[in-house]
Design a protein around this ligand. Sequence first.
Ligand code: KG4
Ligand code: ZN
Length: 345
Amino acid sequence: MTRILGIETSCDETSASVLQGEGDDVERKSLVILSQDVHRVFGGVVPEIASRAHLTSIVPVVARALDDAETSLDEIDAIAVTYAPGLIGALLVGVCYAKSLAFARGIPVVPIHHMEGHIFATALDDRDATPPFTCLLVSGGHTMLLDVEAWGRYRLLGATRDDAAGEAFDKVAKLLGLPYPGGRPLEMLAREGNASKYRFSKPMSRRNAEPGDADYYEFSFSGLKTAVLNAVNASDGNHRADIARGFQDALIGSLVEKTFRAALNFNRDKIVLGGGVACNSALVSAMRERVAELGAKVYAPSPRLATDNAAMIARAAFYHYAHGEHASLDLNAFASRPLPGLVAA
Ligand code: KG4
Ligand code: ZN
């Protein structure tokens, strides 16, 4: 049996987790997530403040994760750490700390790409969320549609051409006077809205689109954001809930349609969602409804595992560790880096 300590510091959560198991049979022993609330007053993450906050919290957060798991570093076989993508200063705190611990204990470091962590997150909640599946990753920084034929083999079908889905939620929330991060407050406001008042068109969703078309699996949300801005300006601050509802319906409609296309064309009966926007219950129910005709099951992570956390990093490391992959002590952090294991579309 293997025991892995995961560390995640790519953005504004300092997180550590201990997992134990073998293959796809992995149990979560602990998960600590310390969210840096300080950024709220700035309406977005301030990189330098994030790095400093990781520095002051990384030691107690890891100690707490070991404590909660009733274990110690002596009983850890490997340390998994997010090395990319993210804020470089923030990533470096986790990478340096992971390397130091591993060097001191003489155990390997397993470097994990943050987005690969999101692909694995749902498997911690549901043991059936294993490949092959269609995967939709929707976070604050990324929007990716993937066909996952096996762990470690990712066919990138589409991504966003401009804003990420979560970023669109955050920006529109700001236009509507909601706090940061705006995804959850916007979802709440949209629940009170009337769906027929503002019908924004679903981005990149031509009905006659064919699988070979450049925009068939792609996303774009900046046009929708502008349409919302125009609606807000024309409404003199009224109809906020109706606008929120119209925005959310259009954005979700686009996500659902592209995911449906991917599941249909690759003949998948599992759809795995990941990233913070996967907390959105309107998205999950719209997805379930749309893919029902394919007989496909939708797996959505619980909110703690959907948003940034170290358990997903440790979970992805079980796969790589079992394949003998680990880094040497010159491992570096990278602000951007393609997902490893990409196969040709
Ligand atoms: O995956 P995540 O925690 O961090 C990144 O890696 O970016 O995603 C954060 C994003 C934010 O943009 C936030 O507004 C969005 O997820 N989010 C939501 C909801 N909860 C969080 N978006 C829509 N509906 C929600 N309920
Ligand atoms: Zn993330």
